[in-house]
Design a protein around this ligand. Structure first.
Ligand code: FAD
Length: 409
């Protein structure tokens, strides 16, 4: 049995590992490197993710995979502090005192927000799938909390589609981020960078016989009497980890779900100074060409890198704004009083399919692992609802592999 996996991101790699036990596996990855959204830049002395990544305390499948790969000693738990940039001021929002001092919400607003954070883990997400997040917050928290707290966050993440996003997504985000003490959230990171995980998965799959072809975009999938033809080569089964609409486009078959996706444009900057007053995650309420400044070296120790590393995070619909790299850089330098010569390097990573937009009714869009004879799993699969994550993609990869293995036996 020869299986073709389209996409060398976490889902594809997680599926490849068990599949190599019983089948021949070939992974086609369009980019020159593996990892997809979790791929990294190699700097002279260190690796850094193209998009900021941390894991959460409940990511059991991720931890188990890390154990299997012998990487447990690299997983570390760090404090993730947060803040909100409002009217040109950095407001720390990590400790209870800082939250009490925050001037842009009333005491009653803060109490309601605190209660929602405590309740979030117990709320029934299924019943919130059809409720817009904006409506839910307005009804439960009031207009003030919506306008001055949630609306800017939703706008920076989903832009014009913010009113379509479901309360299931919002509540799941609040629930996952409620694991916090006075020093902030406990967030996991892989010492040395998440590329260690990606490389180790790829290495193990290859040792077990998988063939990995990077820089090889799949351009055509065709069903024949003999099986599946992918880029002119024959396979018995195909697992596609790319968006379902892309599978439809490449195969010419109709009826695949049209998953709404947003793009991410993320600038990584190496520089000589801290700009966020020691805060890891600074959300922007003031309008800016980025929605958050994520200071990686206020999370992982700066000594490892020999410089500060900051991400400017932004999302887009169809295409990023023209000239975005320069717009981001000049805004960042002006806003945070950073001279150009303080910046050592910068890179803009752009990904059109960075994550689904979890619109109301999304639960009904989630495709099964097998449709029209093809296997599909990825960010759009059930374990990644109502938010995609490393954990969700690993579970999706492992579940689809178990489904395929069940058919092979
Ligand atoms: C900005 C950002 C921040 C994130 N932060 C976190 C975080 O902090 N914590 C967390 O848990 N998760 C985070 N995630 C989510 C996490 O990265 C994803 O859930 C996971 O990496 C998705 O893996 P995947 O394999 O499902 O999809 P992808 O990573 O998208 O992999 C799909 C692969 O398919 C390839 N491909 C596409 N088309 C073709 C083709 N025609 N032929 C061959 N190959 C093709 C792509 O190049 C890609 O490598 C973040 C994601 C983003 C974008």
């Amino acid at each position: 049995m020869d299986i073709c996996i389209i996409g060398g991101g976490l889902t594809g790699l997680a599926a490849a590992l068990p599949l190599t036990e019983t089948a021949g596996v070939t992974i086609f990855e369009s980019r020159p490197v593996l990892g997809g959204c979790l791929s990294s830049y190699k700097r002279e002395d260190y690796w850094i993710e193209r998009y900021y990544h941390h894991c959460f305390s409940g990511d059991e499948h991720l931890f188990s995979l890390i154990r299997d790969l012998g990487l447990s000693d690299r997983l570390e738990w760090l404090n993730g502090s947060t803040g909100y940039y409002v009217d040109g001021v950095i407001n720390p929002l990590t400790s209870p005192i800082e939250i009490l001092r925050y001037p842009h919400l009333s005491i009653a607003d803060k109490a309601r927000l605190g209660l929602l954070t405590l309740r979030a883990k117990r709320l029934d997400l299924a019943s919130l799938d059809t409720v817009p997040a904006s409506e839910y917050v307005r009804n439960n928290q009031g207009e003030g909390v919506y306008a001055s707290f949630f609306e800017p966050l939703l706008r920076s993440k989903f832009g014009d589609r913010r009113d379509e996003v479901s309360a299931a997504w919002l509540i799941s985000r609040i629930a996952i981020r409620s694991d916090r003490g006075v020093e902030g959230e406990r967030l996991g990171y892989m010492r040395g960078g998440w590329h260690e995980l990606v490389d180790s998965m790829a290495e193990k799959a290859q040792k077990k016989g998988a063939t990995i072809e990077t820089g090889t975009p799949v351009t055509a999938i065709r069903r024949t009497e003999m099986g599946w033809e992918v880029n002119g080569r024959m396979f018995d089964a195909v697992l596609a980890t790319i968006p379902p609409q892309e599978i439809g486009r490449l195969s010419g078959m109709e009826g695949f779900a049209q998953i709404p996706y947003q793009g991410a444009a993320c600038m990584t900057i190496g520089l000589d100074r801290d700009v966020t007053s020691g805060i890891y995650w600074l959300n922007m309420k003031d309008p800016a060409p980025y929605g958050a400044v994520v200071a990686h070296t206020n999370f992982a120790p700066r000594e490892r890198y020999g410089e500060e590393i900051v991400y400017l995070a932004s999302y887009f619909g169809e295409k990023p704004a023209p000239g975005l790299k320069e717009t981001m850089l000049s805004d960042f330098c002006r806003r945070f009083s950073v001279p150009r010569d303080a910046i050592h390097w910068s890179e803009l990573a752009v990904e059109r399919f960075a994550g689904p937009v979890y619109t109301t009714g999304f639960a009904d869009l989630v495709p099964d692992y097998e449709e029209r004879g093809l296997y599909l799993a990825g960010m759009f699969s059930r374990p990644n609802y109502p938010e995609r994550s490393m954990e969700g993609s690993i579970v999706a990869g492992q579940e689809v592999a178990a489904r395929i293995a069940g058919v092979i036996r």
